[in-house]
Write a protein that binds this ligand. Structure first.
Ligand code: SF4
Length: 249
C-alpha cells in the first residue's frame, strides 16, 4: 500500500530502510506502511500500536521480525497455544504463518521514532483501520494491545457513536461493551484490554505467557457468547471466506 499522509513517519521509515541495522544489512527493508494480516473470517481483531523500525518495517508483516523472543514471538506463541495460529513464532514474512479466526493490525501503519506515533498520526491512520474493520464482517472482539491502542479504538468508535461515560478504563483483561446488543457498526465489538507484549513487559515478568493464555481464552469465550447472541454482521461473512490469510491493500 502507499500512503504519505504522515510526513514525519514516512521520512523516518524510509530513512531506517536505507540505513538498516547492521544485523539486517543484507535484507531488503519493506520501508512502507504495513497492512494488517490474518484470517478473512476473523472473529478477533488484535490491535497493536505501530510497526517496529527493524521488525515489521523491515519484513512488511505486523509483529514479524522483532528478533528471537521479541513481541512477535510472544504474541504468536500465545496464539499458537490457543489454537489461533499454526506456528509459534513470527520472524519472517514467508514463514507460512496462518492465523485462524484472528486478524492483527496496528493503530498506525508506519513505524514511528521511539515507537511513539503522535495522536494526529494515529488519527490520520483511522481510515485504514476503518477499511480493515469493514472487510472483516465476522469480527466480534477487539483486543487492544496497550493503552494507546485501547484509546485509539475508543476514538475510532467515538467517531461512529457516543461512547459510554465514564470512558472504559484500560487494564489487562478489562472488558468494555461500547454499545447495546444489536449494534451493527464497529461499536458492536467487545473491547478487551491487553498489556503490550513488548520486551520491556515480557522480560520483566509484567506480562507472562499465562496472562496471555487467560486473555485469549477470555477473548474466544466472548466471541462465542457474541455469536450465540447473534450480534454483529458476521453470519454472512463466513460464506465469503476466501483463504487462510489475507493482507488488505
Ligand atoms: S501512519 Fe497511516 S496515515 Fe500515516 S502515513 Fe502511515 S499509513 Fe498513512
Amino acid at each position: 500500500m502507499t500512503c504519505t499522509d504522515c510526513a514525519r513517519l514516512r521520512t523516518y521509515c524510509a530513512g531506517v530502510a536505507r540505513a538498516k541495522r547492521a544485523a539486517y544489512r543484507d535484507d531488503a527493508y519493506w520501508g512502507r506502511p504495513v497492512p494488517g494480516y490474518g484470517d478473512p473470517a476473523a472473529r478477533i481483531f488484535i490491535l497493536g500500536l505501530a510497526p517496529a523500525a527493524h521488525g515489521a518495517n523491515r519484513t512488511g508483516r505486523v509483529f514479524t521480525g522483532d528478533g528471537r523472543g521479541g513481541s512477535g514471538d510472544f504474541l504468536m506463541g500465545a496464539l499458537h497455544r490457543a489454537g489461533l495460529a499454526n506456528i509459534a513464532t513470527s520472524q519472517t514474512a514467508d514463514d507460512g504463518l496462518q492465523l485462524h479466526g484472528v486478524f492483527v493490525g496496528a493503530a498506525a501503519r508506519c513505524a514511528p521514532p521511539a515507537n511513539k506515533p503522535t495522536p494526529d498520526e494515529v488519527a490520520a491512520c483511522r481510515r485504514h483501520l476503518a477499511a480493515e474493520i469493514a472487510a472483516l464482517p465476522d469480527l466480534r472482539v477487539m483486543v487492544a494491545l496497550g493503552k494507546i491502542a485501547w484509546d485509539a479504538w475508543l476514538a475510532f468508535v467515538g467517531g461512529h457513536t457516543p461512547l459510554p461515560r465514564p470512558r472504559p478504563a484500560f487494564g489487562h483483561r478489562a472488558v468494555a461493551q461500547l454499545a447495546a446488543p444489536g449494534a451493527r457498526g464497529p461499536e458492536r465489538l467487545t473491547l478487551v484490554g491487553c498489556f503490550h507484549p513488548s520486551r520491556q513487559n515480557t522480560h520483566t515478568g509484567r506480562v507472562t505467557p499465562a496472562m496471555y493464555d487467560a486473555l485469549f481464552a477470555q477473548a474466544s469465550e466472548l466471541a462465542d457468547a457474541s455469536a450465540r447472541q447473534g450480534t454483529g454482521t458476521g453470519e454472512q461473512g463466513t460464506a465469503r471466506r476466501q483463504s487462510a490469510a489475507m493482507r488488505l491493500p
